[in-house]
Design a protein around this ligand. Sequence first.
Ligand code: C2E
Ligand code: MG
Ligand code: MG
Ligand code: MG
Length: 292
Amino acid sequence: SKKRDGKNGAQLYDPQIQDHTRRRAEIERDIEEGLKEDWFDAFFQPIVEVESGRTVGYEALMRLVHPQRGIVPPAEMICVAEETGAISRLGGHVLEKALSNLARLSAATGNHDAYLAVNFSPLQFDASLPVRLAALTAHFDIAPRRIVIEITEATLLHDNPQIRTILDEFSRYGYRLALDDFGTGYSSLSYLNRFPVDIVKIDQSFIRSLTEDEPELRHKSRMLVEGITAISHKMECTVVAEGIETDEQRRILEEFGVDYGQGYHFARPQPLPKLIELALSAPANLPKVSAG
Ligand code: C2E
Ligand code: MG
Ligand code: MG
Ligand code: MG
């Protein structure tokens, strides 16, 4: 039934394809309008010490705050931006928001130690990125050791020499490198060997399986998480567990020696004003007053 409607190129009238095309056009429009109207923000999700719950850092997560439709999550937008090439502009814009928010959060709370993890798509890795990032951290007076570059295994997949050069430049500036969604790529362990990874972020699918009903799957995923943690520590990496939703998961991760965690159990990604409120209401995060 090629000529379903009796029109030429019946495929164009496939309702699914038409929906997809319309949705894509909508997202492209959102990206351009959002950049023009300044609707993009960097929300921060706290990263905490698994043992104590103390906040040690934040992950910047892109959000489009639409005047009518509210908060739009980034996954689809990032895919489309990668396809159209808008990712560099979009990423650069959100990076600046993220650093500005970190500077304001530090000023408001007096905490100048918490680190900031920022996600980068492989397509944002152009040769000028390290020097642009350095200019921004200098502008906002942020120490480079506070910045963590989050990449997924996809960025390292082809061991592209240009990417290696950029990663080397990042480490010369003193930025740290985190491997995101660890364990879901093609040859996860080999990246620990070949690249200067400082932080391993265990993918949330493994964390979810820790408290799975099915005993075999639950057992295996616990062994995996414990093993990944031990290997990462031997490689002198800090381990962060993503997507912690229950205290049971937190307790298991604590037992395995996982350093840091993030997830709805602790806090959701938040806009700056909420974060300042949150940080100031948590006694452990207030600036220390020396006794005597
Ligand atoms: P990611 O870097 O792995 O970020 C973690 C995702 O898990 C975030 O989704 C976060 O909101 C979500 N999450 C956190 N805790 C929990 C939990 O307890 N349960 C569940 N179910 N989810 C949790 P989000 O914000 O929708 O971001 C999705 C992905 O989009 C990110 O995955 C990252 O790959 C990408 N992304 C986000 N912001 C940026 C950005 O500024 N630039 C680039 N290039 N990519 C970004
Ligand atoms: Mg991430
Ligand atoms: Mg992740
Ligand atoms: Mg992810």
